[in-house]
Design a protein. Sequence first.
Lengths: 296, 258
Amino acid sequence: MNRRASYGLFVGIAILAGFACVWRLQASVDAERTELRLEADELALRSPAVMKKLSLEYTPLMGAIYWTRAVQYFGEKHQASNQNLDELWPLLDIATTLDPNLLVAYRFGATFLSDAPPRGAGEPEKAVELLERGIKANPDYWRLYQDLGNVYYFDEKNYLKASQAFEEGSRNPAAMPWMKIMAARIAAEGESLETSYALWLDIYQTATDRDIRKNADEHLRLVQAEMDIREIDKAADVYEQRTKHRAIRISELAQAGLLTGQPLDPAGFPYILGEQGKAEPNPKSPLREEWLKEKK
Amino acid sequence: MRNIQTVAANTFREAVRDRVLYNLVFFALLMMGAAILVGQISIGIEQDMIVSLGLTAISAVGILIAVFLGVALVSKEMDKRTLYALLAKPVRRWEFLLGKFLGLVMTLTVNTAAMAAGLYLALWTVKHPLLKSDAYILVAVYLILLKLALIVALALLFSCFTTPFLAILFSAGIYVAGLFAADLRTVHGVDLDPGTLRLMRGISYLLPNFQNFNVMGAVVHGRGVPGVFIWQATLYALLYIAIVLTGAAVVFSRRNLK
């Protein structure tokens, strides 16, 4: 090997070794910064108005970028089971100010904000603000009224306002006919499992995003479990009236002809009767933990 | 007319020789990356992102070409002293300027058309078939092209009486100021006397209003742009370009080239 070739080889190896060192060093820096990044979330510029000016004529792109940042922020926090979502609202605020027609940011952003922890930020009032702003900018888009009704119904438990939101949305000629039915049903019944099921079912059927569908599916399973439990408890009440004692096993209800066999929850686990003879999900069922949380 | 055509054709040829169209490779990579990545990292905005990113890239790359090449159109000829040989022939100074302007606009048109084709290709990969509303993207592209032509005219004007560096600064400054032209008419919360307000109002109309060519917000969401708006924007651009080029021709014809 001549001198020039060995010099080239030496330089090549030195460069590769240098990059290997940089790689290792960056990995160490990343590890050190992990905690820091979670605590000091980066949102240097918080003024939507200033952002809009700085974006010159490229506000739609900047809006889409901020929405992507919001999705990433929410996803990262969710994965790390970190419930500090302080930056979510400013990110959504900037995204929708930059692009007031970015419907997806209102719809999913409201879900992120309104869902109770650990699923969301637990800030339904902010979700209402976001949706009302969305409706103002996009009055012809009836789905935002549906989302507003959902937030009032599920998170704020304000059934009058929920009914009003569905009613207002139903006046749009493009709105689905069930919007009017929901408005009437919520006005008459307030919260009911059937209404909750119907609302979640629509979200499940119309959502295109996998995570949103998964969330809706989890809610649907819980509501279905609640409806099953309600039916089992009814049967247990009848059994108690007939026999003057409370059943301690579901099989007793089936043997008395009050149930057509052992009912299974949506996850495929048999329900059980608890200490006071009330039905509840099986301790082995993945639904039980969520069910207990909802009960609290 | 023949002189103008010759200068324009040579300007276009020179831009191609200078590998200006290589930026299309960057654009292609950007669009391919966006088409693959956006669906993975965001929710529900694949199409919006592709369209807004594509239009932004068309506009931003076009502005860079318009400003830098627009300024170089005259100054480069003077630095290389090729201008003297050219003007010794029966070519009037205004013909030279107009030819240069048209040549660069031709380059920008080819560049923008290729980028628009790339944008449609990227859009087609994330959703097919394309919808009728996707045709509105062409309107946005057309208006971007008008904007670029106006910027070329401005760059050409500035390069006729100042150094290339200052001409770039002036062109970029006028572009940014032009984006806020309408805001000068609607200043709120500032205590100004009526005279100043009138002056600002006057300036706002004198500045080229680049927001006239910005329909990205509507097009990204599949909304149409009224035909009247397109005609008005076209007329505005042609009028403004005519004024600026006339000014440039006057300045250039009086310039001492010795």
